[in-house]
Design a protein around this ligand. Structure first.
Ligand SMILES: *Cc1c(COP(=O)(O)O)cnc(C)c1O
Length: 496
């Protein structure tokens, strides 16, 4: 089989190996890396149905990471998907309320980010070895709450790496914040910024693009990389669970071989749903991809009228990990829809940077019809959580609630009864206050841990270790900074 190489969505960088793309994170022209062609799964769905999560991971990842040896990949997979997860199946599928909830939150930080971030550090250190890299890798991460913790859990005390996380002050849940500021590991640093997630993400991207700063770091033996979903090393492991879910549905007799399913994904940066699209491209029988947004419904508007317009108020919601107006990974879909034209994609992204908006052509829009946009308001999110609990006893988090509400509206409007997998992206405990308020229908008094205990009483679900840990953990990180000071803060942390 011929190796897959990676190229930038903005056309100025190409012929990059998978391991180099993982090390770099972002291409040097500011674009995102894409494979030069779409590989196909070389096993039948019947065969897929017999595979464990780890075996499925190998079948999928070997298609994209072609410069990793079989042994390297299997070692990375074995070290990632082990007893850090609280279930052997890694990503259980729960049938409830006429859909299949694919629970992606059984890893160490109880959000779906663990699915990719438990393997990324292993892929990265393997890639560093393969490319004879001598510098220390500095992972820069902007987080809307979940990526930061999951990345730190993965990279803490990994030799040859440092990790610096920026999160929006006041823009994450109490549990998310406590999880981050109590992080251990001498190579970890956490900074809250006086801005929102888009400010953090844009700041990080600007630092990547600052060549002068890059040179300064290189002189001191540092090289920057990213753990955000712009890194192909995040995207590829996320394809795995959609293939696995299909295999499980088949294995449990819920679908027939080849039967098409829909997937509904609560979306922010467009990484998770893009992985589902890749799963479809490699041959998993997926029909539609229902993209669920919260009140920051920029993607809903985009799929409706072809204009991506971030010029609107940034709304803080009870699903904070989806509070995003610049969905970075959409650039990859835009690139595909241009027929892989780097120049066209670069021009649209320049429009976005300069004017805050871009509009795709009719042709491009027609190539995106696999996607259906939907959104749920705060009220609809709360109602979905409460109703599904009342009807079935199943408790979901506020992000999954958005997906659940959007799917229900889609089904009612379209009368489409196609079996549907809903990506369940976080444990309800991670957003216990909002979840309990949705269940009770009122606001609750202050004590976060009292709320956690009452969620336990209501749901009967064991309180995850990740939550028990922060009850008594010591706060270790106190840094704050303004949006314009991120580079200076990094320089301070690294001593350059
Ligand atoms: C990150 C996150 C999302 C959004 O995923 P994207 O890949 O950014 O679209 C949804 N829910 C939760 C709980 C998350 O942490």
């Amino acid at each position: 089989m011929m190796d897959i190489s990676y190229r930038s969505t903005r056309g100025r960088e190409r012929d990059v190996t998978a391991s180099q793309a993982i090390l770099k994170g972002l291409a040097c022209d500011g674009g995102l890396f894409m494979p030069d062609r779409m590989p196909k799964l070389n096993l039948t769905m019947e065969e897929l149905a017999k595979k464990t999560y780890q075996e499925t991971a190998y079948e999928v990842m070997k298609l994209f990471l072609t410069d990793f040896t079989e042994q390297e990949l299997k070692e990375c997979i074995g070290r990632a998907y082990d007893d850090k997860f609280d279930t052997e199946v890694i990503a259980p599928l729960v049938k409830a309320d006429g859909a299949y909830y694919l629970e992606l939150f059984h890893g160490s930080t109880i959000a779906f980010k663990d699915m990719a971030l438990s393997i990324l550090p292993h892929l990265m250190t393997t890639a560093a070895g393969k490319n004879h890299m001598e510098q220390e890798i500095v992972i820069l991460t902007a987080t809307s709450g979940d990526t930061g913790k999951a990345a730190m859990a993965g990279f803490a005390d990994v030799p040859g790496t440092r990790i610096i996380v920026f999160y929006p002050k006041g823009g994450v849940s109490r549990v998310q914040e406590l999880q981050m500021v109590t992080q251990k590991g001498d190579n970890t640093a956490v900074v809250s910024i006086h801005g929102n997630f888009d400010d953090a993400q844009t700041g990080v991207k600007q630092i990547f693009a600052d060549r002068e700063f890059g040179r300064r770091l290189a002189e001191r033996g540092f090289v920057l990389s990213s753990a955000n979903s712009i890194n192909i090393g995040r995207l590829v492991p996320q394809i795995v669970y959609y293939a696995y879910a299909y295999g499980q549905l088949l294995a449990h007799g819920e679908i027939s071989d080849g039967e098409k399913i829909h997937v509904t994904v609560p979306t922010g940066n467009f990484g998770n749903i893009l992985a589902a699209y890749f799963a479809k491209q490699i041959g998993v029988p997926i029909d539609r991809l229902i993209c669920a947004s919260n009140d920051n419904r920029v993607l809903y508007d985009f799929f409706r009228n072809g204009t991506y317009d971030r010029k609107r108020d940034f709304i803080l919601t009870i699903s904070p990990s989806m509070d995003i107006l610049i969905s970075s990974n959409l650039e990859r879909l835009v690139y595909i829809s241009t027929g892989c034209d780097g120049e066209k994609t670069a021009a649209l992204m320049a429009d976005l940077a300069e004017t805050g908006a871009y509009t795709v052509s009719k042709d491009m829009k027609e190539r995106m019809t696999d996607f259906i946009g939907g959104f749920a308001t705060e009220e609809e999110d709360r109602d979905a959580i409460r109703r599904v609990y009342k009807d079935t006893g199943y408790v979901m988090d506020t992000h999954t609630g958005v997906a659940s509400a959007v799917y229900k509206k889609y089904r009612a409007d379209s009368k489409d009864e196609t079996k549907t997998v809903i990506a369940s992206t976080a444990s309800p405990y991670k957003f216990s206050r909002s979840v309990m308020e949705a269940l009770k229908g009122t606001e609750l008094p202050d004590d976060e841990f009292a709320i956690i205990d009452s969620l336990h009483a209501v749901s009967g679900v064991t309180i995850p270790k990740a939550v028990e840990e922060i009850r008594s953990a010591q706060v270790r990180h106190h840094r704050e900074c303004g949006v314009g000071d991120m580079e200076a803060v990094i320089a301070g942390i690294l001593g350059v």
